[in-house]
Design a protein around this ligand. Structure first.
Ligand SMILES: CC(C)(COP(=O)(O)OP(=O)(O)OC[C@H]1O[C@@H](n2cnc3c(N)ncnc32)[C@H](O)[C@@H]1OP(=O)(O)O)[C@@H](O)C(=O)NCCC(=O)NCCS
Length: 182
C-alpha cells in the first residue's frame, strides 16, 4: 500500500548518478586507507572534470543504503574509453571499479548487493557479453569477493605501475544460478 511503497523506496541498496555535490564525500572516501590500498598508483580520480562530463561510455554511480551514501561504483565500456586504459580489448564488454567508502559498511554484504545491481545494469544491454574487473594482484580478498560472484581469473596484466589480475564474468555464467555453476 502507499505506506509500504514509500518505505520500500527508502530502504535497501540503490545506485544513482554521482553529482558534483558528492565530490567532498568522494575525496574523503578515496583518502581512507582501505580504499587507497585498493587503488594502487592509479588513483585519485579527477572528479571535477569527470563527474560533469556526461559521456555514453561511462557511468559514475553512488551506492546508497537506506538513503545513506556508502560507496562508489564506475561502469565503463573498456573498448570505447578514450584513455585506452584497457589496451586492446574486445567490444561489447563492460568494466567495473567499486569501493565502499564508509569503513563501518565493509564486510556486511553491501558490496555484493552493489555488484548485483551493477551487473544487472551491465547485462541489461543484450549486446554485452562479459564484465571485466582488474583488482590489484595482491588484493586477494577482493579477488575472492569477485570469484563468489562468478568472475574467473583471465590473466595478470600491468596497468601503468600496477600489477593486476584481470577477471571476467561471462553473460552465461551470470545468467546461471550460483548453485548450478561449474
Ligand atoms: C571489495 C568490496 C567492494 C567488497 O564489499 P563488501 O561489502 O566488503 O563485501 P561483502 O560483505 O559483500 O563480501 C565479503 C567479502 O568481501 C571481501 N572484502 C571484505 N572486506 C574487504 C576489504 N577491506 N578489501 C578487499 N576485500 C574485502 C572479502 O572477500 C570478503 O569475504 P571474506 O570475509 O571471506 O574475506 C569492499 O570490501 C571494498 O570496497 N573494499 C575496499 C576497496 C576494494 O578492495 N575494492 C575493490 C578493488 S578491485
Amino acid at each position: 500500500m502507499i505506506k509500504g511503497a514509500a518505505l520500500s523506496e527508502k530502504t535497501g541498496m540503490h545506485l544513482r548518478p554521482a553529482a558534483v555535490s558528492d565530490i567532498p564525500l568522494l575525496r574523503r572516501w578515496e583518502a581512507a586507507p582501505h580504499v587507497k590500498a585498493a587503488m594502487g598508483a592509479d588513483g585519485p580520480f579527477d572528479w571535477e572534470r569527470e563527474i560533469p562530463e556526461r559521456v555514453d561510455w561511462r557511468q559514475m554511480l553512488i551506492a546508497e543504503r537506506d538513503g545513506r551514501p556508502i560507496g562508489f561504483l564506475q561502469i565503463i565500456d573498456p573498448a570505447r574509453d578514450p584513455t585506452g586504459y584497457w589496451g586492446a580489448v574486445a567490444p561489447n564488454q563492460r568494466a567495473i571499479d567499486i569501493w565502499i567508502g564508509e569503513p563501518d559498511c565493509l564486510g556486511r554484504g553491501f558490496g555484493t548487493e552493489m555488484m548485483r545491481l551493477a551487473l544487472a545494469r551491465c547485462f541489461a544491454d543484450p549486446a554485452v557479453t562479459a564484465v571485466l574487473i582488474d583488482p590489484l594482484a595482491d588484493n586477494v580478498r577482493a579477488q575472492r569477493f569477485y570469484a563468489r560472484l562468478g568472475f574467473r581469473p583471465i590473466e595478470r596484466q600491468s596497468f601503468g605501475a600496477d600489477a593486476c589480475l584481470v577477471m571476467r564474468l561471462d553473460r552465461e555464467v551470470w545468467a546461471t544460478p550460483p548453485a548450478a555453476r561449474a
